[in-house]
Write a protein that binds this ligand. Structure first.
Ligand code: AMP
Ligand code: GLY
Length: 421
């Protein structure tokens, strides 16, 4: 079989690596991939906004299955377009992708189906939003409705901050804003819960805890994710049942009432408040770096699983997982999440010899003359599976030390909630 993967991050490299391990695969294509995927796949640069170009290439190369990693092509309807052209594709369609593409769509679904989430209001203009915010308790959360690369959420400690958030969102910072979401601030611990769906049934696909802030001690700016561990320390059978019964099943039911099936990964971002799950957000894809953290624990042939989803046969598959623990540390370019230098040489990558339970996934890298350069903010992901989180982290540190890349940095406290310092 020939498989294509859309995306270029650590998530896509980890998917590419799992696919490479499948006995069914003859060739892999990454659109556009990175210096890591280049070693195991054909990297192809296409304009990801040009669906016709993507479709023509897939047909020309006779690819049997396409996997879409990031949210934008999903929200833009690439699945619908490819399926219309008889191409097998793993990922949710445009309507289902509204779960991530529109926070208001999701909140309205929550309201209709009694799904636990932060109390909220939707405001159609500057004046009404500000009027409400003048009489609110703080902190409060102000959100842009549409995709904003994780930047459209403002945790506001006072009216001045909330006023700025409203100005920026209605000012068009994240595209044209018809309305704005204002939410109660929930106090608890976050957790990511993953499921995989075939439109008919779904199965659990692991849990993880991301570390979104750039600095140790969960301080500083929000990032795409500086590291993760799996499983989450919060999960047990009771909580899992609540998440499925109170949040995921009603969501799927809600979608089916508008004639929509969910196929693909679903990432449920939760706040756990006194053992009760509240939905913070949905993402219609795997998380990054959660995917890199979870996928190496899957024992099944991943191609069997993804194909089963495309053929509505997921019920025939028993997912098998390693019960070890997994930890991922992301190395970033100094300056990230703000400005950073590009095309910086990373030396000694070839000095890293990985054992069976150790993985190195590339993200923002490119290669030139057999040398690897850092081109993005998040650059390398080191993942280790072990009996204990502490052991996993130690092994990662010893691998990172072999690198010669003064332009990189990472958080040394990933997993601080599950590792005693
Ligand atoms: P989102 O993009 O909706 O996941 O929000 C980004 C981050 O903001 C989340 O990971 C939370 O840390 C935080 N956040 C969002 N909504 C809330 C809320 N209602 N209460 C507390 N924190 C929140
Ligand atoms: N790690 C957070 C995300 O993928 O959205």
């Amino acid at each position: 079989m020939k498989v294509g993967i859309i995306g270029s991050g650590g998530r896509e490299h980890s998917i590419c690596q799992s696919i490479k391990n499948s006995s069914k695969i003859s060739e892999i294509y990454c659109f556009p991939g990175n210096a890591g995927t280049e070693k195991i796949a054909n990297n192809v640069k296409l304009d990801l906004d040009n669906f016709e170009e993507i479709k023509d290439y897939i047909i020309k190369k006779k690819l049997d299955l396409i996997i879409i990693g990031p949210e934008k092509p999903l929200v833009d309807g690439l699945v619908d377009y490819l399926e219309k052209n008889q191409i097998k594709v793993f990922g949710p369609n445009k309507i289902a992708s509204q779960l991530e593409g529109s926070k208001i769509f999701t909140k309205q679904l929550c309201k209709k189906f009694n799904i636990p989430t932060a109390k909220f209001g939707i405001f159609e203009n500057n004046l009404s939003a500000k009027e409400f915010l003048k009489n609110s308790n703080y902190p409060i959360v102000v959100k842009a409705d549409n995709l904003a690369s994780g930047k459209g959420v403002y945790i506001c400690n006072n009216y001045t901050e909330a006023d700025l958030a409203v100005e920026e969102i209605f000012g068009g910072k994240f595209g044209i804003a018809k309305n704005i979401l204002i939410e109660e601030f929930l106090i608890g611990e976050e957790m990511s819960f993953f499921t995989i769906h075939d439109g008919k049934v779904f199965k659990n696909f692991g849990t993880a805890q991301d570390h979104k802030r750039v600095l140790e001690g969960d301080q500083g700016k929000n990032t795409g994710g500086m590291g993760a561990y799996s499983p989450s320390r919060l999960i047990d059978d009771k909580l899992e049942k609540k998440i499925i019964d109170k949040i995921i099943r009603p969501t799927i039911k809600g979608l089916s009432e508008i004639g929509c099936e969910y196929k693909g990964f679903l990432y449920t971002g939760l706040m756990i408040v006194k053992n009760e799950p509240y939905l913070i957000e949905y993402n219609v894809r795997m998380g990054d770096p959660e995917c890199q953290t979870i996928l190496p624990k899957l024992k099944n042939d991943v191609v069997d699983v993804l194909l089963a989803c495309c053929e509505k046969k997921l019920d025939r598959i028993e997912l098998e997982w390693s019960d070890k623990k997994s930890l991922c540390i992301v190395i970033c370019s100094k300056g990230y999440p703000e400005t950073f230098s590009k095309n910086v040489l990373i030396e000694n990558l070839d000095k890293i010899n990985l054992n069976k339970d150790e993985f190195l996934f590339h993200a923002g890298t490119s290669s030139n003359n057999n040398k690897i350069y850092a081109t993005g903010g998040r650059v390398l992901n080191f993942v280790t599976i072990s009996e204990e989180f502490e052991e996993a982290r130690k092994k990662i540190f010893s691998n990172i030390k072999k690198l010669d890349w003064p332009g990189g940095f990472y958080r040394k406290d990933i997993g601080h909630k599950v590792i005693k310092e």
